[in-house]
Design a binder for this molecule. Structure first.
Ligand code: MF3
Ligand code: CO
Ligand code: CO
Length: 254
């Protein structure tokens, strides 16, 4: 059930992979503006990973055709980068990047707001980031996994936004997707499963202005809100330490 438990020496490697993911975000961020296509962002990521001896964990995963996922506006997750998808003023876009470096995976996603974004879209993006940070802050040995979803609900629900239930966070490390599954809503089945030192997983809440329900495009990947409402997501890879949690997918200081 807790497959993704790692030793301290592996934490160093996970830290390095996460640092590389964060640096890749820094590399692409200045380019993410009105007029760029999501296909071009994908190529920038491919270039960065190659230059840094890393590879996309997504490319080829269950036949996935690109290096990253780019989910624009009503797309919840798994938007496929395309030269035909050009970002425009007012868009919100999630870039989700998972990279393998020296045998360990780091998985993170961030939201980008293009030009003038509506106040409600801005709020959606902020509340989602707040929910992720609140969830990370309660993680520590002995804390039930169900506290993650409970914490996210407490941040999101008062704003009237919905939480997607079709996609989960996941254990990660030597493979991209491992047990345990991490729910972004309260599920009492996880009351009895407690975090332990060495456990490595992602938290990646998806929240929506309208319905939580999703539909999948004919491409078999792109998941959108059924009602066309906006969707936001933020993701980090974290590891449980003796006294809390470390965020791997942030830049290392120095
Ligand atoms: N990065 C995604 C996650 O958060 C996984 C991408 S699935 C793929 O789990 F098919 F696009 F690779
Ligand atoms: Co991801
Ligand atoms: Co993930």
């Amino acid at each position: 059930m807790l497959a993704s438990v790692y030793a301290p020496k592996d934490f160093k490697r996970l830290r390095a992979s996460g640092d590389l993911v964060a640096r890749c975000f820094d590399f692409i961020t200045p380019h993410i503006r009105a007029g760029i296509s999501t296909g071009e962002i994908d190529r920038l990521v491919a270039q960065f990973l190659k230059e840094n001896n890393a590879r996309s964990s997504d490319l080829g995963y269950q036949g996935y055709p690109k290096n990253i996922c780019t989910s624009v506006n009503d797309v919840i997750v798994h938007g496929i980068p395309s030269d035909d998808c050009i970002l425009k003023d007012g868009d919100i876009v999630n870039v989700d990047l998972t990279a393998e470096y020296k045998g360990f995976h780091g998985d993170a996603s961030r939201m980008f707001m293009i030009g003038n974004v509506t106040p409600n879209a801005r709020k959606l993006v902020q509340v989602c980031q707040d929910a992720l940070n609140a969830a990370i802050s309660i993680c520590a040995p002995g804390v039930p996994l169900s506290e993650i979803g409970k914490t996210i609900e407490a941040v999101v629900t008062p704003h009237g936004f919905s939480i997607s239930r079709d996609f989960v966070g996941h254990g990660i490390g030597k493979v991209m997707h491992d047990d345990p599954q991490i729910y972004h809503f309260y599920d009492k089945r996880w009351d009895k499963v407690k975090m332990v030192p060495g456990l490595v997983f992602t938290i990646e809440p998806m929240i929506n202005t309208g319905s939580a329900e999703c539909k999948i495009d004919p491409d078999g990947w792109t998941a959108r809100t059924v009602d066309g409402g906006l969707s936001a997501q933020w993701e980090h890879t974290i590891g449980i330490t003796e006294d809390g949690a470390i965020i791997f997918t942030e830049k290392m200081m120095q």
